[in-house]
Write a protein that binds this ligand. Structure first.
Ligand code: CTP
Ligand code: MG
Length: 239
């Protein structure tokens, strides 16, 4: 089967502060979503991109992408579907839009607009080579503590320090055999459960997940400082 990318882009971006939905905020003169679509659409094996837009913004996103990508040749098909309340809902809605011919699916956050095409292609290749679930990740640089959460700036008792050499910070695109990810989303949604990433849902099915090297430019734009970094990365690329 061929390879599709689902791009969840229906979040508000609360941690980025007031303004347009995060995927529509501009970086280097183009919305973050346009960067994310370009980065994934340029990976050679991708034949379809499904953008999951805010549910009241499907027409606007469609028009924006048509305009931004008008001049680009040889792009895969791009469809836009409405998203849901949570990222997990949005990914499930994107998966439901895939035709049967898709064998490999990558899920890529619009909030990681600067992922290199080579990283995208490496994840897709690992799935095609037989891994049912593939996650790009980097070693963790901070030491991580486990705590008893107290919240609101109160001191929190430390309950442990995991061995940092065994920890990885995961990125997207995460790649899957389509049937595996569709089954994980269907079963876990039915059980009313959640997970913070797609691979976490697949792990619950007992399916093996592997990590491959991520890329520092695949960082997630979450807080205002991340926008400063993203602008600097774009400026360096253009220099
Ligand atoms: N996302 C989505 N549908 C939602 C929530 C999130 O498609 N209901 C998408 C976001 O658009 C983003 C990705 O999931 O591309 C990763 O989520 P995150 O970085 O948390 O973005 P937001 O949820 O928009 O940000 P915040 O949590 O700060 O509100
Ligand atoms: Mg969020």
């Amino acid at each position: 089967g061929s390879t599709a990318v689902v791009i969840p882009a229906a979040g508000r971006g609360v941690r980025l502060g007031p303004g347009a939905p995060k995927a529509l905020r501009e970086l280097g003169g183009a919305p973050m979503l346009v960067h994310a679509v370009r980065a994934t659409a340029r990976a050679r094996s991708v034949t379809l991109v499904v953008v999951v837009a805010p549910s009241d913004g499907v027409r606007g996103v469609r028009a924006l992408l048509d305009e931004a990508l008008l001049e680009e040749r040889g792009l895969p098909d791009i469809v836009v579907v409405p998203g849901g309340e949570t990222r997990q809902d949005s990914v499930r809605l994107g998966l439901e839009a895939l035709p049967e011919t898709i064998g490999t699916v990558l899920v890529h956050d619009a909030a990681r607009p600067l992922v290199p095409a080579d990283t995208v292609e490496a994840v897709a290749a690992a799935v095609r080579d037989g891994a049912p679930a593939v996650v790009p990740a980097l070693p963790v640089t901070d030491t991580v503590k486990e705590v008893e959460p107290r919240g609101a700036g109160r001191p929190e008792p430390v309950t442990g320090t995991p061995d940092r050499s065994r920890l990885r910070a995961v990125q997207t695109p995460q790649g899957f055999a389509r049937k595996v990810l569709a089954e994980a989303h269907a079963r876990i949604a039915a059980e009313g459960e959640g997970a913070t990433d797609d691979a976490g849902m697949v792990e619950r099915l007992g399916v093996d997940v592997v990590v491959v090297p991520g890329h520092e430019e695949a960082f997630k734009v979450t807080r205002p400082l991340d926008l400063v970094l993203a602008e600097a990365v774009l400026a360096r690329r253009r220099a």
